[in-house]
Design a binder for this molecule. Structure first.
Ligand code: OGA
Ligand code: MN
Length: 288
């Protein structure tokens, strides 16, 4: 079975042009998709306008066990604990959407937990007139383009994540969402270099949600975290997704980071639905 793909950027990203995700999938088609995903890191499936939440979940489950969104129940699509709505569309009671500012920092989904994700599947339902883009960066390339000396240093390091760090400073974050995040907040250390279990390649694993390196002070850590995040997200290592309604995008959280841009008129509605596939446990709890 072959699928028709077209590359979308030099560093990562490809479109899959001939697959209808609302239909049951042959195992051979799924194997071809998974192979293309490991090769391209981000896959875009255009034209899935009528994808239901059930079909979204069914396709996602082919990749593995799904996150049940216990860390952020307020984001859940009602009736679907495995699906979250990422949107600025106000709730039916008129309150601001708790997920309206999700993903503004460069991150890998659930990088602050003991079991970060393998991948995420994001479907676009409604867009503002312009903008609402998402950026993805290739973390294999980020690691491979460092000096051998810095790379050796990173191979022995863990980064410590605290999901609350810096969140307060983000404007417009809903108070209920803040309380929910605070209640679930723990410090988790992750290896800064991980080997991808499917490709066998080493990748940088670090995001703007990291607050320090284990055994280092925050003051010592901050310049290196900032340097590495800036290095990793240089434009030549980035694919910038300009969405169309009906796009479903799946990205590999083990070897990419992503960021949701607020590059649109916030009075217009952007509506997305997301599932996330759990990966292998890699974090450990550390003291604050
Ligand atoms: C996510 C996320 C990006 C976006 O769903 O995990 O970061 O552009 N979303 O909505
Ligand atoms: Mn995300």
């Amino acid at each position: 079975m072959t699928i028709k793909t077209r590359r979308l950027a030099n560093a990562l990203g490809a479109a899959v042009l001939d697959v209808d995700l609302s239909q049951p999938m042959e195992p051979a088609t799924f194997r071809a998709i998974r192979k293309a995903w490991v090769e391209h890191l981000v896959l875009v499936f255009p034209g899935q306008q009528d994808l239901t939440p059930e079909q979204h979940v069914a396709f996602s489950r082919l990749f593995g066990e799904l996150d049940r969104n216990e860390a952020t129940p307020s984001y859940r699509l009602s009736g679907y604990e495995e699906v979250i709505a990422i949107t600025n569309r106000p709730a039916s009671d008129g309150k601001p959407s708790p997920s309206k500012d999700v993903g503004r920092k460069w991150h890998s989904d659930l990088d602050f937990t003991l079991r970060p994700t393998m991948g995420s599947l994001l479907w676009c339902g409604q867009l503002p007139e312009v903008g609402g883009d998402t950026m993805f960066a290739n973390m294999y390339q980020a690691l491979e383009t460092l000096s051998p000396g810095l790379r050796r240093t990173l191979e022995g390091l863990e980064a410590v994540y605290d999901v609350m760090a810096g969140v307060r400073a983000e404007d417009g974050r809903d108070a209920a969402a803040l309380d929910e995040m605070r209640a679930n907040s723990r410090s988790v250390a992750q290896p800064v270099v991980r080997v991808h279990p499917e490709s066998g390649r080493a990748s940088l694993f670090l995001s703007e949600r990291a607050v320090r390196f284990e055994g280092w002070t925050e003051e010592e850590s901050r310049p290196l975290i900032e340097h590495l995040c800036r290095h990793a997200t240089q434009p030549e290592r980035v694919f910038r997704k300009q969405w169309q309604p009906g796009d479903l995008v799946i990205w590999d959280n083990r070897c990419t980071v992503h960021q949701a841009l607020a590059d649109y008129d916030r009075s217009q509605i952007r509506y997305m639905r997301r599932t996330a596939v759990l990966g292998e446990p890699s974090g450990r709890l550390v003291q604050e």
